[in-house]
Design a protein around this ligand. Structure first.
Ligand code: 5AD
Ligand code: SF4
Length: 482
């Protein structure tokens, strides 16, 4: 396994290898030399802090950054008072960008007091040319900027940036490369995300993701299976398969394979007890997948199925390739095949041209489906997307009013759905000791609901049967079943 490569055996005075991932291991060895020098001069190991913004894909990328940092000798810091700070950014909505700008202001002040400190920015926001220009102009104290396509080159970029005073910027427009076998430092021992594909080809008209994450690329099934087998051997019992549109997995591989087929192969891996996946696009959700979910003992009883809008007219303008009726009949099909499934969704309010009637169509779908939970978003204009130049942007006060009405209904329905599960006994994967009350542990049901119940640290990573005693809206209090 590459994870076990001994960096000390790499000759850093030789020329860097051309092939990946060997090239990155060479640069990790170089960075390690630098870290040793730091230790010798400062009498301690350097510390690094990685802050992730945005989705689970970014969280997984951050684990890869953490893996490389650990290999080269950094200790993890718990906040920004560290020798090295990395922000792995998101740009899906404007407020994601604003968070980063705000925190960079704070970092500037900290770096003035600690001039040796290094700052790196990576992730989706860095794929926007205006962002990089702004950093160069107004945030010159940043040391390194890279993007989503070259994250595997982190060790090389870091080594290069250590050798220069000025900011180092390396952003690629796209890539067809997937580099495997670099170190990963997992946040949890018992569960892990697994990338199955990168990028997105859908171009929903409001969404910036296809521009910053590039075209769809699937990993080979053998590589995915090998990674999951390795994780299972390492104690992982739950995996989350990650992709912007997992339902179109495998279509562009040399030997095409469906997502449902991939799931069937993963199910056979011993030690893996639970399989989740994210995100499903309704237009590509196949009958084969619904059937596989119905039959499976390992695929979790949870499906995240973004609706975005309940109005067929708005869905067309969003370029979603389904209408209200198709969405509702898909839900019916899924519920029939998997009766106890929990459905969750994403909804955008205030897309350009959205009228009160359109909004009421969304409310109608929310009533008809009865989601266990829903993420509701106010439409955010993203430069370069088709929706940004659409006329009829909806006034802020109208959007806010719709958003509040939607959220209220979503929460009320979710509470009713949760309440119905009270009294049942369900398997729970224990994730952590409860922060507020150390006599409790917190875990998740297959349906993704959270439950707190009396327990001890030793239970972490185990699946325990729990009776759901009391519903608190979107979570439960329970007791381990006798
Ligand atoms: N404005 C608001 N929400 C958005 N999303 C994506 N782009 C935008 C945008 N421009 C939401 C979608 C998607 C989720 C990850 O983020 O609902 O499913
Ligand atoms: Fe964005 Fe649509 Fe791709 Fe999801 S499927 S990432 S919403 S373009």
């Amino acid at each position: 396994m590459y994870n076990e490569i001994d960096l000390d055996r790499i000759d850093i005075n030789a020329k860097p290898p051309i092939e990946e991932p060997d090239r990155q291991y060479y640069y990790m060895a170089k960075c390690r030399e630098w870290v040793r020098k730091f230790e010798w001069e400062n009498g301690r190991k350097p510390t690094a802090f990685t802050q992730t913004f945005g989705c689970q894909m970014n969280a997984r990328d951050s684990e890869k950054l953490a893996g490389i940092l650990k290999s080269i000798g950094y200790c993890q810091a718990k906040d920004e008072e560290a020798d090295f700070v990395i922000y792995n950014t998101c740009t899906v909505r404007e407020n994601a960008n604003n968070k980063v700008w705000g925190r960079l202001g704070y970092l500037n002040a900290y770096k003035k007091r600690h001039p040796h400190m290094k700052i790196a920015l990576c992730g989706c926001m860095m794929q926007e040319a205006e962002v990089v220009e702004k950093i160069k102009k107004s945030y010159p104290f940043v040391d390194l900027v890279f993007g989503t396509h070259n994250i595997y080159k982190f060790a090389e970029l870091f080594a290069d940036s250590l050798a220069q005073e000025r900011i180092l910027v390396d952003i690629w427009k796209d890539t067809d490369k997937i580099v495997e076998e670099l170190p990963v430092e997992r946040k949890y021992g018992f569960k892990s995300g697994v990338n199955i594909m990168f990028g997105c080809n859908n171009f929903c008209s409001y969404c910036i993701v296809p521009y910053v994450r590039g075209r769809e690329r699937s990993r080979k099934p053998e590589d995915i299976i090998a990674e999951i087998k390795g994780l299972a051997a390492d104690g992982v019992v739950e995996i989350m398969l990650l992709g912007q549109n997992v339902n179109s997995y495998g279509k562009n591989l040399k030997e095409p394979i469906t997502f449902a087929e991939l799931l069937k192969r993963i199910q056979d891996i011993e030690g893996i007890e639970r399989i989740r996946f994210m995100t499903s696009h309704p237009k590509d959700l196949s009958g084969e997948l619904v059937e596989a979910m119905g039959k499976s003992k390992k695929i979790c009883r949870h499906l995240h199925l973004p609706l975005q809008s309940g109005s067929s007219r708005i869905l067309k303008a969003m370029n979603r390739h389904y209408d209200k009726e198709q969405y509702l009949s898909l839900v019916e099909k899924i519920r029939k095949a998997v009766p106890d499934i929990a459905l969750t969704t994403d909804i955008i309010v205030g897309f350009p041209g959205e009228t009160e009637e359109d909004f009421l169509e969304t409310m109608d779908v929310v009533e008809q489906v009865g989601y266990e939970s829903a993420f509701t978003f106010i439409y955010s204009k993203r430069t370069g997307t088709p929706a940004a130049s659409m006329e009829d942007q909806v006034p802020e006060d109208v959007v806010k009013d719709r958003f509040d009405r939607l959220l209220k209904r979503v929460q009320a329905i979710a509470a009713i759905k949760a309440e119905k599960r009270t009294g049942s006994i369900e398997p729970v994967l224990v994730e952590e000791v409860n922060e507020q009350d150390k006599t409790l542990v917190t875990g998740r049901l297959s349906s993704n609901f959270v439950v707190h119940f009396p327990g001890t640290e030793e239970m972490i990573g185990k699946i325990v049967n729990v009776e759901l005693k009391e519903c608190k809206g979107f979570y439960f209090y329970g007791e381990a079943a006798k």
